[in-house]
Design a protein around this ligand. Structure first.
Ligand SMILES: Nc1ncnc2c1ncn2[C@@H]1O[C@H](COP(=O)(O)OP(=O)(O)O)[C@@H](O)[C@H]1O
Ligand SMILES: [Mg+2]
Length: 225
């Protein structure tokens, strides 16, 4: 599902160059639940952004779902993000003025679905994440854990090939955090391929495999189960 070869990422600003990824190699199988761990600043988010086509690597190869991504046009990349990839972020990234249902509908509308179709799917997805009776709430009317559930409903509404999550539990208390991880576990049991960055050992246990990013490379891995 994912094949990465010799991925290098350098952030360049006017006077400085920061070499963050120094040649990452990684393979992720279809249906795998992969964890990425490493110290703060190790480059975990950077790696996820490159794999998720949210940024351009300096060099190296990223193959997603059989597609070599380096040759894709901006337009193809956008289409791939909208139709094949889903994202969950630490801060939920919901639009504050829109209800839970409207937030969930957005990527579907961007894909060209009618309001009716997008609305029906969103209702189903919110029920799936346990928010059936919260559709019309604004993010400010939901707890952190509930907001993260909305963001997961939004991320999976179009049935993405790969679900990316960058420290999805970092802002949550342990009870809500565990509930979010259990939701990922359910999605994984249904066959969802998941790539999750986490710094919590406790949550890494739910992954099929965990890789460690150190000094810009994957230095080791282990299988918790
Ligand atoms: N847009 C950026 N421009 C310059 N440097 C960045 C940028 N994003 C991240 N960095 C730097 O890259 C390194 C890795 O960051 P990040 O991928 O966010 O680490 P992690 O997610 O593991 O905490 C850090 O030193 C950070 O300061
Ligand atoms: Mg990060």
């Amino acid at each position: 599902m994912i094949s990465i070869k010799n991925l290098v990422k350098t952030y360049k600003t006017k006077h400085t160059e920061t070499l963050v990824l120094r040649g990452v190699d990684l393979e992720v199988k279809e249906g795998e639940f992969l964890g990425i761990m490493g110290k703060s600043g190790a480059g975990k988010s950077t790696l996820m952004y490159q794999i998720g086509l949210l940024d351009h690597p300096t060099s190296g190869e990223i193959i997603l779902n059989g597609k070599q991504t380096e040759q894709l046009t901006q337009n193809d990349r956008t289409l791939m993000r909208l139709s094949e990839l889903g994202y969950v972020f630490q801060d939920y990234a919901l639009i504050p003025e829109l209800t839970a249902k409207e937030n969930t509908m957005i990527p579907l509308l961007m894909q060209g679905l009618s309001r009716e179709e997008a609305g029906d799917i969103s209702t189903r997805m919110l029920a799936k994440v346990g928010l059936a009776n919260r559709e019309n709430n604004l993010p400010s009317q939901l707890s952190g854990g509930e907001q993260q559930r909305v963001s997961i409903a939004r991320a999976i509404a179009h049935n993405p090939k790969i679900l990316f999550a960058d420290e999805p539990t970092a802002n949550l208390d342990s009870v809500s955090g565990k509930a979010i991880i259990e939701l990922f576990e359910t999605l994984h049991a249904d066959g969802q391929t998941i790539v999750m960055v986490t710094h919590e050992e406790e949550y890494a246990k739910y992954c099929d495999r965990v890789v460690y990013l150190e000094d810009g490379k994957i230095t080791r891995e282990f299988k918790p189960k």
